[in-house]
Ligand binder design. Structure first.
Ligand code: SF4
Length: 858
């Protein structure tokens, strides 16, 4: 067996993976980020590399085309738009999924050869506020911390970060460190109780966007308690007085916390030297995200708790190469290699190095503005690379309309059917993870190789090559004559050397003599060299800046909508959605509703909730839980129009952005909500993929086929036709059981003695073991037995999946707990749950807590 050493393509932890063409996946024990660990998503990578649904050849207006035709068309359309309307009439919208080499080439083409800066990426949605906050405070976009700092800290403060689900391997590292050093304290600051909260010593359930009020309160407390580091401030920081003045004027009660909670937190922070503050999307994805970042940085600068082991602010990036994109300069307000667009010397140096005919002179359009320009007709040609903005951006329906308004749209993608691809004139097939070579940078500035271990399927090509091919046809062949990604990486490192006389944090000289093929995971600037250790920052005077930041006033709305991620899904599910194992964790889009709000809206468990704003509406399954505070809602962002009729949550989110970073506020939308009452609810399990046709549909992959949750206000005249239409099962024997008095209908389709479809209809939410029913598909269970919703044997219902690695269901775990497995370790011994990747351990803990409550178990 030949295992290839590569890097996980999902989150910013950047775990090393050992992979083989047969789908074998292991954690790389030698990769410093994960030391052999993988989370459930990483462990299931082997289930997502098949070719089902792949875009395998170029398509022009929906028809197969050869590469020559497609590339000629793309180049001519872009060249024509530029000639007729100027360079700012074209735009690229790229992705943190792209590798450094792809990013470098795309950025070079747009900024140095087209001469505009209209290249932005979905990283704008991820960490742009951290970039802006870092630059204001440090003079550079520097993430100073390392993963070891998290293990060495005595206090970890997690702000707006569900690390247990979104960066699971880092969470496991912290959990292990806390076990080894029990005095370590963890404070979780989040409006919502999450899986991360289970590890925390304290959960500070702040109001939405209450972060600045809390950290300003902390800063004022540090000043009042004489916990400021006076000598550090004098030598290394400017702006202290103004920042503290504003902090003192802030009412920290605006954070939503009691005085007791605030004071306990302030004292703990003030009296602990080794503090790491980890922050993520709850901080960044806000209309005041940059101010939140600076409120946190102010406290670290005021105490000198930065640049030393076990302390400092730590922005964890969402995407596998968000950091690499920043380094390359692949955002509309950056140049290249941490150089400044606004600096004429920087622009000249880059233009000289690229030997380019032009260089952009002004910032381009940031993500939300870019699609507004599409809607306004200003963008004549748009290239979307490796992302799905028609789902992931706020006002997603408006973005879809905006894309449809662009005269020429090209996408390069690995999948054929996506909500954005459906709007494109040209689709270009890109190679995916496992098929392409390149590099990525993780959250601790460590550059690792992604390596191919599979052949490129059909006509797919790497993104860097597609972009270079188009650039060549636009007349820039000499500057884009790369033969391999190693050529591009070498040029990127050479550019860094060529501009090394400009003061910057980025220093890639450690890669100057690197053997690209054998490159091991390497941190810049140098392994072991710590940023800001000597108190030197990158503002012209060498000092950092404390920034005065004001707590925002809260807009009133019936509900505040928070959006985020599930443990086992990634972005818009184009890859993780292929894995039945991952889909079994949370198979349907949902909205968390506080029990008091549910009662007020007459929403019962399993009911549907309609969420509306002036931008759109969505219908989601109610998940009634005290994890979410009263007046707030939470919904995951993964579901697309391919998998649901009404589950695209960003359809209702306003396109409000942070004024400094342009990052959208995806976590505090103003919405209304009400119960949605259909005439019938349905559950369908089918061998073939259902097509969404009822007002509410949510589809998920299962081991043997597909499942769908359905609901409608229209009762069909003929249930058999309805089932066959929804399932696509037109062949086979049909059995039906109807109870008109109860309003229930049960139907089965079988073919050649095997069950191919089952459909259950009820006037109330269908109560049925989904795991049992989907397990009947493809079996020889007699139809009338299958219609009873069980398999005829005494095999118990495992319940919804908790442990994705070993497919252990909730009911299995509750039974084990009832039989004496009273700890996470004991559950692992009996059921194996939690003993592989460990991602489900927080849920096992919660389940044990619930099982201990009288009558709490189902
Ligand atoms: Fe991949 Fe999970 Fe590691 Fe993130 S934590 S890089 S998703 S294996």
């Amino acid at each position: 067996m030949t295992l290839t050493r590569t890097t996980c393509p999902y989150c910013g932890v950047g775990c090393g993976v050992l992979a083989e063409a047969d789908g074998t996946i292991k954690g790389d024990p030698d990769h410093p980020a994960n030391l052999g660990r993988l989370c459930s998503k990483g462990a299931a990578l082997g289930e997502t590399i098949d070719l089902a649904g792949r875009l395998l050849r170029p398509k022009v207006m929906g028809q197969d085309a050869d590469w020559e035709t497609a590339l000629d068309l793309v180049a001519s359309k872009f060249s024509k738009a530029i000639a007729e309307h100027g360079p700012d009439s074209v735009a690229f919208y790229a992705s943190g999924q792209l590798l450094i080499e792809d990013y470098y080439v795309a950025n070079k083409l747009m900024k140095g050869f087209i001469g505009a800066a209209n290249i932005d990426t979905n990283s704008r949605l991820c960490m742009a506020s951290s970039v802006a906050g870092h630059k204001r405070a440090f003079g550079t976009d520097t993430v100073p911390g390392t993963y070891e700092d998290l293990e060495q800290a005595d206090l970890i403060v997690l702000v707006g970060s569900n690390l247990a689900w979104c960066h699971p391997v880092l969470f496991q590292r912290i959990a292990a460190a806390k076990e080894a050093r029990p005095h370590m304290r963890i404070v979780n600051i989040d409006p919502r109780r999450t899986a991360t909260t289970d590890l925390a010593d304290a959960h500070l359930q702040i109001s939405p966007d209450g972060d600045v009020a809390l950290f300003n309160g902390l800063l004022a407390h540090l000043a009042d308690a004489q916990k400021l580091n006076a000598s550090y401030l004098a030598d290394h920081v400017n702006g202290m007085d103004a920042a503290i003045d504003v902090a003192r004027q802030t009412d920290s009660a605006q954070s939503g916390l009691s005085a007791q909670e605030r004071n306990a937190f302030f004292d703990l922070w003030a009296n602990t030297d080794k503090v790491v503050t980890i922050y993520s999307q709850g901080v960044n994805q806000s209309a005041g995200g940059t101010d939140k970042v600076n409120a946190i940085l102010n406290c670290h600068l005021a105490t000198g708790r930065i640049g030393k082991p076990g302390m400092g602010p730590f922005s964890v990036t969402g995407q596998p190469n968000a950091m690499g994109g920043r380094e390359v300069g692949g955002l509309a307000n950056m140049l290249a290699n941490h150089l400044e667009l606004a600096n004429a010397d920087h622009r000249q140096a880059v233009q000289d190095f690229w030997r380019s005919p032009t260089i952009c002179t002004a910032e381009g359009l940031k993500a939300v503005d870019l699609f507004e320009a599409c809607a306004d007709g200003k963008i004549k040609a748009l290239w979307v690379m490796s992302t799905n903005p028609a789902v992931s951006l706020p006002d997603a329906d408006g973005v879809a309309t905006a894309i449809a308004n662009v005269p020429f749209v090209v996408t390069s993608d690995i999948m054929e059917k996506t909500d954005t691809n459906d709007l494109a004139h040209v689709l270009l097939p890109a190679t995916g993870w496992g098929e392409k070579d390149g590099t990525v940078t993780n959250s601790e500035r460590r550059i690792s190789r992604q390596r191919a271990f599979l052949p490129a399927p059909a006509l797919a090509r790497p993104d860097w090559q597609i972009i270079s091919d188009v650039a060549g046809r636009m007349g820039f062949a000499n500057a884009f004559s790369y033969q391999t990604p190693a050529d591009i990486f070498a040029e990127y490192i050479a550019l860094d050397a060529a501009v090394s006389h400009f003061p910057r944090d980025l220093d890639l000289s450690i890669f100057a003599d690197a053997d690209y093929a054998a490159l091991i995971p390497t941190q810049w600037p140098r392994n072991g060299q710590r940023f800001f250790a000597n108190g030197q920052f990158y503002h012209p005077d060498g000092k950092a800046r404390m920034i005065p930041v004001k707590a925002p006033a809260r807009a009133k709305s019936r509900f505040v909508l928070n959006t985020g991620r599930n443990r086992d899904q990634w972005h818009t599910m184009t890859r993780t959605g292929k894995s039945a194992r991952l889909g079994a964790h949370l198979a349907e889009p949902y909205v968390e509703v506080n029990p008091a709000d549910a009662a007020a809206m007459d929403v019962s468990p399993g009911a549907l909730v309609k969420i509306e704003s002036i931008y759109g509406q969505t219908i989601l399954r109610a998940l009634i839980t005290p994890r979410i505070a009263k007046g707030q809602l939470f919904a995951p962002m993964h579901w697309t129009r391919q998998r649901t009729s009404k589950g695209t949550i960003n359809s209702v989110v306003a396109p409000a952005t942070d004024p400094f970073s342009g990052q959208p506020a995806l976590k505090s939308g103003a919405v209304s909500a009400a119960v949605y009452r259909p005439k019938w609810y349905g559950f369908l399990a089918s061998l073939s993929q259902p097509t969404p046709q009822t007002p509410y549909v949510a589809i998920a992959k299962t081991q043997a086929g597909w499942q769908a949750e359905l609901a409608s206000r229209k009762i069909p005249s003929d249930w058999e036709t309805e089932m066959r239409t929804l399932s696509g099962l037109w062949d086979g024997d049909f059995a039906i059981q109807a109870d008109p008095s109860a309003g229930t209908v049960r139907m089965a389709v079988s073919r050649a003695g095997l069950i191919t479809g089952l459909f259950f209809v009820s006037p109330s939410p269908v109560v049925l073991s989904r795991t049992t029913v989907v397990g009947l598909i493809g079996t020889s269970t007699p139809p009338l037995v299958a219609l009873a919703g069980h398999n005829g044997s005494d095999q118990p219902d495992a319940g919804a999946t908790v442990c994705a690695c070993f497919n252990v269901g909730r009911n299995t775990l509750l039974l084990a707990a009832a039989n004496g497995a009273h700890s996470v370790a004991a559950l692992g011994e009996v059921t194996c749950a939690g003993t592989n990747c460990g991602s489900c351990k927080p849920e096992l803990k919660t389940l044990l807590a619930e099982a201990a409550l009288p009558m709490a178990a189902e």
